[in-house]
Design a protein around this ligand. Structure first.
Ligand SMILES: Nc1ncnc2c1ncn2[C@@H]1O[C@H](COP(=O)(O)OP(=O)(O)O)[C@@H](O)[C@H]1O
Ligand SMILES: [Mg+2]
Length: 458
């Protein structure tokens, strides 16, 4: 679409829209804080909340919620058993999408990022956003060189909006800390805050895309967009347009085709982890699409978590320890992650969670990820069990790396349940891993991280 002749900028209107959006963030944040306080008080007093009523209150509070606050709420929902299951489920169904910026606003934002003649660098630039993003929106365009691209453009002032949310996150954790006897969530809070702040930095996201292009270079079944550096900045990410369909459109497809999609999703998530110590921490349904040939377009590199070779070594060590029923190897893995005072009961309790997460990978046969479990309930029962045991054994301080690794594992499990996938997950995992050694992983990491300009994980 061509640009329309320039009218005087409607500053007042835009300011009102933005102001309105900010007010809405503020009021939803307050109600979320109030809600957290109420839940914590009830929990501390051992009172039962009226779940149905509270869940609908929560929905009302969050119904109009968009943007970064939404992200915080969704992240809170992934901390196992922090919120009652009804709420966690409610939050998981909400999609984050911010109110769109209008064309005059987009034009000014683009000019601020690429200069006043920005539009001459495209032969087509859709005035209307093709998709919402949590901190901005995506426009479809064609560059002067003829490349079909997606321009992810950030709203102004998102840094302060995210900082305001992080203040709320502090408050919510402070309230829960008083009632919570099982888990010391201090590190988890730090982890969530770090990832949310990183999401503001589209230049870092571009480097993470470069990292994934190398990691998945010999996996044609996974598409990683390319970044158009000369049309990208800290707050504008211009990348190749990837065409695909939503995963849920394939729910009614044949078993073979659903299995093929699931196997490709498995590769996209677990191969980067076991071979390079990197994971996409947000397996949300909006963050990938399915190609016509059932390959995966992997989108959104705003939440990439990288891990040291020794952390990945611990994950593989625990896997092998569970496979061989080798208690000493299991304990060694928990110790590499800094778990202290490991009593037998505590090991048994941690193993409940580990056996749940690893279950399909430990079983050398074709199977579903879990029988008779709904995608939204996946992992909730086990989290509840572990949490109630930890109340007498705890508190434990889970390593911060677990936040997004577990989130990826649970999210991907939910995808496999949606697809009704029947696969030999043991084979897929072992094929992805190859001959694992920490030294080999460290060597691969040094090579690809340097080439992508990403610093090595501590
Ligand atoms: N390279 C791309 N090609 C096509 N569509 C894209 C591309 N990147 C993002 N999108 C669309 O834009 C939406 C938001 O982008 P995303 O990177 O997920 O933003 P956010 O980090 O805010 O979640 C995606 O859900 C998808 O619909
Ligand atoms: Mg996204």
């Amino acid at each position: 679409m061509a640009d329309k002749p320039e009218k005087p900028p409607k500053r007042l209107k835009d300011a009102n829209t933005l102001g309105g959006r900010m007010r809405r963030y503020a009021s939803t944040t307050v109600s979320l804080g109030g809600f957290a306080a109420k839940a914590a008080v009830n929990r501390a007093l051992g009172r039962e909340m009226d779940m149905a009523k509270s869940a609908s209150e929560l929905r009302a509070a969050l119904g109009g919620l968009k943007g970064p606050v939404m992200k915080v709420a969704q992240l809170l929902a992934t901390v196992p058993d922090l919120l009652p299951p009804e709420f966690a489920e409610e939050l998981a169904t909400l999609q984050s999408s911010a109110p769109p910026m209008g064309w005059p606003f987009v034009r000014r934002r683009m000019a601020a990022e690429l200069g006043p003649d920005w539009l001459t660098r495209f032969t087509r630039f859709d005035q209307e956003a093709s998709a919402a993003a949590s901190l901005g929106q995506v426009h479809r365009a064609v560059t002067k060189d003829g490349a079909e691209v997606a321009c992810k453009l950030q709203y102004p002032d998102m840094a302060s909006a995210v900082e305001a949310d992080l203040g709320q996150l502090d408050l919510a954790f402070a309230i829960f800390r008083r009632a919570e006897k099982a888990i010391d969530a201090e590190d988890m809070k730090g982890e969530i805050a770090a990832r949310l702040r990183e999401e503001l930095d589209y230049a870092l996201e571009a480097r993470h895309i470069a990292l994934y292009r190398q990691i998945l270079a010999d996996k044609p079944e996974i598409s990683v967009p390319d970044v158009i550096a000369k049309l990208s900045t800290q707050r504008l990410l211009t990348m190749g347009w990837l065409e695909g369909k939503r995963l849920l459109d394939f729910k009614g497809d044949t078993q073979d085709r659903r299995n093929a999609i699931a196997a490709n999703m498995f590769t996209a998530w677990w191969l980067p982890f076991v071979r390079f110590g990197a994971i996409h921490g947000d397996p949300h349904l909006g963050n990938y699409t399915v190609r016509d040939d059932l390959g995966i377009n992997l989108l959104d590199y705003g939440c990439i978590r990288t891990f040291s070779p020794s952390f990945v070594g611990g994950v593989i060590g625990l896997y092998r320890g569970l496979l061989a029923n080798d208690r000493a190897a299991q304990v060694a893995a928990y110790e590499t992650w800094g778990f202290k005072k490991l009593s037998n009961e505590l090991i048994d309790t941690l193993n409940i969670w580990a056996r749940f997460i690893y279950a399909p990978l430990l079983d050398d046969r074709v199977r579903t990820i879990a029988d008779g479990v709904s995608p939204a309930q996946y992992g909730r029962k086990e989290a509840f069990e572990v949490h109630s045991r930890l109340k007498t054994l705890g508190p434990v301080k889970p390593p911060r790396e677990f936040v997004f690794m577990d989130r990826a594992a649970i999210g991907l499990g939910a995808v496999f349940l949606h697809l009704g996938a029947e696969l030999n997950f043991y084979r897929l995992f072992n094929d992805a891993m190859g001959d694992f050694s920490e030294a080999a992983l460290a060597k691969r990491q040094r090579k690809v991280f340097a080439a992508a300009g990403v610093s090595l994980p501590a």
